[in-house]
Write a protein that binds this ligand. Structure first.
Ligand code: GUN
Length: 289
C-alpha cells in the first residue's frame, strides 16, 4: 500500500507544538514572537498565501504585522520599510512575499533583510550557512519537504535523492538538507539529459519544476518516495481553477511507497516551518527560551 504523506495533519501537529513554545517565549520575554509580512501589489495567489500566513501566525499566539503596498511602490520605499522592520526590536521575522513587481530588484530587497530576521532563509548569509553546515535560518519549503520524506522513512541515509529543479528557494536548499541527511543527491534541471531514466534510479524524488503533472509513471521505479513541491492552478470543472502538483498523482501513486498529495502535502508544511523559523529567530535574537 502506498503511504499518503499528510502534510495538513503534520503541520497541525507542528503548529500546536509551536503555540506552546510561543506562549513560553511570551511569558519569558513579556511579548510574543513577531512576524512582519510584506506584500507588494495584488497578485491573487500571493494574496491567498499572505492571508494564510497572517492568520496562522495569530493562531499560534504570535504577533502578526501585515504591510500591503500598492503595485506601484518604488524600490526606495520598500527598502525603507525593510530598514524600519530591521530596526524594530519587537519584530523577529521579516517575510517579503515574492514575486515583486518588475520595477523592484528582488535580490536587492531580500539582501537588505537582517539575516537574523530572515525567516524565509533566502539571504545569501543564510544560504551560505546552510551550505557549510552552520546554524542559520533555512528556507521553509525545503524544511517541510524533508520532514514529509522522514515521515515515510525516518532515516534517509544512503538513499539516492533526485531533486528536479535548481532554484534558490527550493531546489538548491532541499539538496543541501538531503545531503545533511546523508543522501546521495543529484540535482536535475531543464538541461538534464534523459531525466526519466535518471529519476528511475532514485529512491527519493523531490519535484520542484513548476509544471503540472510533469513527473509521470516512467520517472518512478517501484518503492520510490515522491515529494511534490508543485502548486499549479489548472482549469477545472465548471470553469473553476484546480490545484495540481508537478507529479501526475494518479499515475505515480500506485508505484510509490509514499507520496505527498497536492493540495495538503508540502503546502501546509511551508507555513508551519515559517512559524517555526519565526520562533527560532526570536529565540536566537533574545537568547534563552
Ligand atoms: N512566494 C512563493 N513562495 C514563497 C515563499 O516561500 N516565500 C516568499 N517570500 N515568497 C514566496
Amino acid at each position: 500500500m502506498t503511504q499518503l504523506l499528510d502534510g495538513k495533519a503534520l503541520a497541525a501537529t507542528l503548529r500546536s507544538e509551536i503555540a506552546g513554545q510561543a506562549a513560553a517565549f511570551a511569558a519569558a520575554h513579556g511579548r510574543p514572537p513577531g512576524l512582519a509580512v510584506v506584500l507588494v501589489g495584488d497578485d491573487p495567489a500571493s494574496q491567498v498565501y499572505v492571508g494564510s500566513k497572517v492568520k496562522q501566525t495569530a493562531e499560534v499566539g504570535m504577533r502578526s504585522v501585515e504591510h500591503r503596498l500598492p503595485a506601484s511602490t518604488g524600490q526606495a520605499e520598500l527598502l525603507a520599510l525593510v530598514d524600519a522592520l530591521n530596526a524594530d526590536d519587537a519584530i523577529d521575522g521579516i517575510l517579503v512575499q515574492l514575486p515583486l513587481p518588475p520595477q523592484i530588484d528582488a535580490g536587492l530587497v531580500l539582501n537588505r533583510i537582517d539575516p537574523a530576521k530572515d525567516v524565509d532563509g533566502f539571504h545569501p548569509v543564510n544560504a551560505g550557512r546552510l551550505a557549510v553546515g552552520e546554524p542559520g535560518l533555512v528556507p521553509c519549503t525545503p524544511l517541510g519537504s524533508v520532514a514529509l520524506a522522514k515521515l515515510a522513512r525516518a532515516d534517509l541515509s544512503g538513499l539516492h535523492a533526485v531533486v528536479i529543479g535548481r532554484s534558490n528557494i527550493v531546489g538548491k536548499p532541499v539538496a543541501q538538507l538531503l545531503l545533511q541527511e546523508n543522501c546521495t543527491v543529484t540535482i536535475a534541471h531543464s538541461r538534464t539529459r534523459n531525466l526519466p531514466a535518471l529519476c528511475r534510479q532514485a529512491d527519493l524524488i523531490v519535484a520542484a519544476i513548476g509544471r503540472p503533472g510533469f513527473v509521470t509513471a516512467d520517472f518512478v521505479k517501484p518503492g520510490t518516495i515522491v515529494i511534490d513541491v508543485g502548486i499549479n492552478r489548472v482549469p477545472g470543472e465548471g470553469g473553476k481553477g484546480r490545484l495540481v502538483g508537478d507529479v501526475d498523482f494518479e499515475a505515480v501513486a500506485p508505484l510509490a511507497s509514499a507520496i505527498t498529495p497536492v493540495p495538503g502535502g508540502v503546502g501546509p508544511m511551508t507555513i508551519a516551518f515559517l512559524l517555526s523559523n519565526t520562533l527560532r529567530a526570536a529565540r536566537l535574537r533574545l537568547g534563552g527560551l
